[in-house]
Design a protein around this ligand. Structure first.
Ligand code: ZN
Length: 174
């Protein structure tokens, strides 16, 4: 088990909440799903890209910062473990990193905030919809492997928003 003291790392000053010194924004599914729906409906693919890239850049810089603070978290395995724990503890869902290599990865997610939120508000959709998670995965793996932001591309081949059994993500070099 890795050493990460939540009592110490997660704190609040007035209205500001921070994890390891980095301010975070907390939104319920009404906000997050309306944001996604508005971006998709008004901007189409460009809106999807905007969501993806925002999540990618945020997780990239966040994890770079975190790994700089936690020098003892050195191995890829423990970095992946920390990332999955942070994803879950932030309320984003459950993520299983599988077959992770510097050249690519396969990731499964059996439960997620965005899936639950989308299905509650809009029901089943015909296309995969976990754009936030795709971006988050890209940025996280780029930070873990010390690669430039934008190095990977992440596709979602199965999605619970389409009523598939789980969300499956494939990572490869762009
Ligand atoms: Zn999905």
């Amino acid at each position: 088990m890795i050493i990460f003291d939540w009592q110490h790392e997660l704190n609040r000053k007035g209205h500001r909440v921070a994890i390891s010194g980095q301010p975070i924004a907390m939104h319920c599914h009404h906000y997050n799903i309306n944001l996604q729906k508005t971006l998709e409906d008004t901007l189409g693919d460009e809106g999807v890209q905007l969501l993806y890239q925002s999540a990618e850049e945020t997780s990239y810089h966040g994890f770079q910062n975190l790994f700089n603070q936690y020098k003892k978290i050195r191995t890829i395995k423990s970095k992946l473990e920390l990332a999955a724990m942070l994803y879950q503890n932030s309320g984003l869902g459950i993520i299983h990193f599988q077959r992770v290599r510097p050249s690519g990865a396969r990731i499964e997610s059996p439960a997620s905030h965005h899936v639950t939120g989308w299905l509650a508000k809009h029901g089943r959709r015909d296309t995969p919809g976990c754009h936030f998670t795709r971006g988050w995965i890209a940025g996280t793996l780029e930070a873990i492997y010390s690669l430039p932001c934008g190095f990977y591309t992440v596709d979602e081949t199965k999605c619970k928003m389409k009523r598939d059994d789980e969300c499956i993500f494939h990572v490869q070099e762009r």
